[in-house]
Design a protein around this ligand. Structure first.
Ligand code: M6R
Length: 585
């Protein structure tokens, strides 16, 4: 993952620090910055979140050139030595890198044989050591030609005030005006600073100064790179909330209302008028929560009479399937930058499939590379755990399945059908907080359900483990007795999910089996358990409202995970070992 940023202009320390704060969601193991002024490098590095760098920085208002990096460790432990920027042997060139250099062992062996020494363990330092002195476009090209893997690279040479760059498979954007230049992993860093920006494509490299931008591809200079307008950003604060995760869960309802308003105003037929017909199969593809959204949606497409399957992006190359020119491949990704999903898209493009994406970032790589993009419009999601974006993914996929089934239907039909689904009651957070506290000491938490509820259980377990670090798993309730029941003792707590009356008695039987072995069971239900309530230790009822009633259950599970994390003293917005955008394979 990692976030990189480069800048030429006044107050570079401040601009780069502010930029790193915006990029921190991409990794927060350590942060570093190098500033070049009057032929001299000044470097700052610090372990931990970007704020830890602030106290070390010497802010200077004068003109300077700088590059900075916030790290999510891939190769080598979290240490100052492994923190970027990295330097070549004579310390005349430094660089920051986002990505993974797959052949770095071979390159390193070769460099060692040629007398180069290393201070750290990263693949990025190997790239730095490949440079002698005197950076030129030609040298950048010859170095990157030897790299296998993914990279967005920014490089500085002590002897000039240019920033050199190269990009392959990891995002890189450039913006400039008469007074300043910025290069970064995320175009949102430009908002309110520049009017427009350029998106670099794979295989491009070049250099930029205050007066000139040169971009090359395959040894040829690119004449007119496409320019995109920057957004005016709204300040995103916590408001009355203590964490972004809780705030973002709270925004779910307004995100869904906004989506309905959008479909209503534009008309679904208009929005999808360029979407081809006649697909023989729908293939949903994503990672983590996005994959879980795809699993739920698979049921919607099957109900709409379409042959459908859901594949983990990272597994697509290793599974059997028949993706071809008759397939509609749907790539689900909040960030739009997930490397596994991008790679899966390449795989499907090679098989001539039609690629539709569902992203929350309109300029993202996945959105740009697909034939058709649906903008989730869920608003910026800052917390690492996906909440409102996950629910929005499920919702937009529901609409898409509806559209593919009823190509000629009017938006009114749809609105009538779904309005009730989101008119859900606010969930009583206090009850959920109470359960979180009560079952906090459990050594094992697991989620069960039947049918679509077992897919919700999967998302519940993912959310809980990623932010509270508790071992959590999920399974269809009927599977318990086939092995996992062996794990149950008095320290185990089960969250049973039920949104279908027909499954309640089966869930109750599983609850009895768990309780007979000392485990506790909480039922999260949108159906009345009646006399079966006694089969559970606790019951949380969630208002049911039509087919989209899963929204309430999703929110309840997200809040449960949130409160468990808080009570265990974990930071749910920035859980350990994770990053918001997973831009490595
Ligand atoms: O940006 P994406 O939606 O492609 O990200 C996919 C997963 O990395 C993501 O959903 C991850 O599982 C979340 N942290 C889950 O909360």
């Amino acid at each position: 993952m990692c976030g990189i940023i480069g800048y030429i202009g006044k107050t570079p320390e401040k601009v780069l620090f502010d930029g790193l704060k915006k990029l921190e969601y991409r990794g927060y193991d350590c942060a570093g910055m190098t500033i070049l002024r009057a032929g001299k490098f000044t470097t700052y590095k610090s372990i931990g979140k970007v704020d830890s760098l602030k106290e070390k920085l010497f802010f200077n208002d004068s003109l300077g050139v700088g590059i900075a990096h916030t790290r999510w460790a891939t190769h080598g432990k979290v240490s100052i030595e492994n923190c970027h920027p990295h330097f070549n042997n004579d310390l005349s060139i430094c660089l920051v890198h986002n990505g993974i250099i797959e052949n770095f062992h071979v390159l390193k062996d070769d460099l060692v044989k040629r007398g180069k020494s290393f201070y750290g363990e990263t693949d990025s330092e190997v790239v730095a050591k490949m440079f002698e002195h005197g950076l030129t476009i030609k040298k950048v090209k010859s170095v990157v030609d030897n790299l296998t893997g993914s990279y967005a690279l920014l490089m500085l040479d002590k002897t000039c005030n240019d920033i050199y760059f190269a990009k392959n498979k990891n995002p890189l954007y450039i913006a400039f005006d008469d007074e300043k230049v910025m290069l970064t992993s995320d175009s949102s860093c430009f908002n309110d600073i520049f009017d427009s920006f350029i998106t670099l494509e794979d295989g491009q490299y070049g250099k930029v100064s205050l007066n000139e931008l040169e971009i090359y591809q395959d040894d040829k200079k690119i004449d007119r790179p496409k320019v995109t307008k920057c957004f005016k950003s709204k300040a995103i604060g916590l408001g009355k909330y203590s964490h972004f995760m809780l705030k973002e869960i709270g925004e779910t309802k307004s995100v869904l209302r906004k989506a309905i308003k959008f479909y209503n105003a534009r008309g679904i037929k208009n929005i999808f008028k360029n979407l081809p017909c006649g697909f023989e199969k729908v293939v949903l593809i994503g990672c983590g929560s996005a994959y879980n959204a795809g699993l739920i949606a698979k049921g919607y497409f099957i109900d709409a009479g379409l042959n459908s399957e859901c594949i983990l992006a990272s597994e697509i190359e290793y599974e059997s399937h028949d993706i071809n020119e008759k397939s509609l491949c749907i790539f689900i990704s909040q960030s739009g930058e997930t490397q596994d999903t991008l790679k899966a898209m390449d795989f499907c493009v090679k098989r001539k499939a039609y690629c539709l994406s569902l992203t929350n970032v309109v300029h993202s790589s996945i959105a740009r590379k697909s034939h058709f993009n649906i903008d989730l419009s869920a608003g910026c999601e800052r917390a690492v755990a996906s909440t409102k974006a996950y629910t929005a993914q499920v919702f937009h996929l529901y609409i898409l399945a509806f559209l593919l089934k009823n190509r000629n239907s009017q938006i009114e039909d749809l609105v009538k059908e779904i309005k009730e689904y989101i008119d859900f009651e606010n969930i009583e957070a206090k009850n959920i907080e109470h359960f979180a506290k009560k079952y906090l000491k459990s050594r094992l938490l697991f989620f069960i359900g039947k049918g679509k509820d077992s897919i919700l259980a999967r998302e519940g377990a993912l959310k809980l483990k990623e932010i509270s670090y508790l071992p959590a798993f999920d399974l269809p309730s009927g599977e318990l007795k086939h092995g996992s029941i062996a794990l149950i003792d008095k320290f185990a707590t089960c969250i049973a999910i039920c949104s279908q009356a027909k499954t309640l008695s089966k869930i109750a039987s599983s609850a009895e089996e768990i309780r007979a072995r000392g485990g506790k069971v909480i039922l999260f239900s949108s159906v009345d358990a009646g006399e079966l309530e006694d089969c559970f230790d606790d019951v949380l009822y969630l208002k049911s409202s039509g087919k989209f009633d899963i929204v309430n259950l999703i929110i309840a599970m997200q809040k449960f995970a949130y409160f468990v994390a808080i009570k265990r003293g974990c930071n749910p917005d920035m859980p350990r070992n994770l990053a918001k955008s997973v831009t490595v394979e």
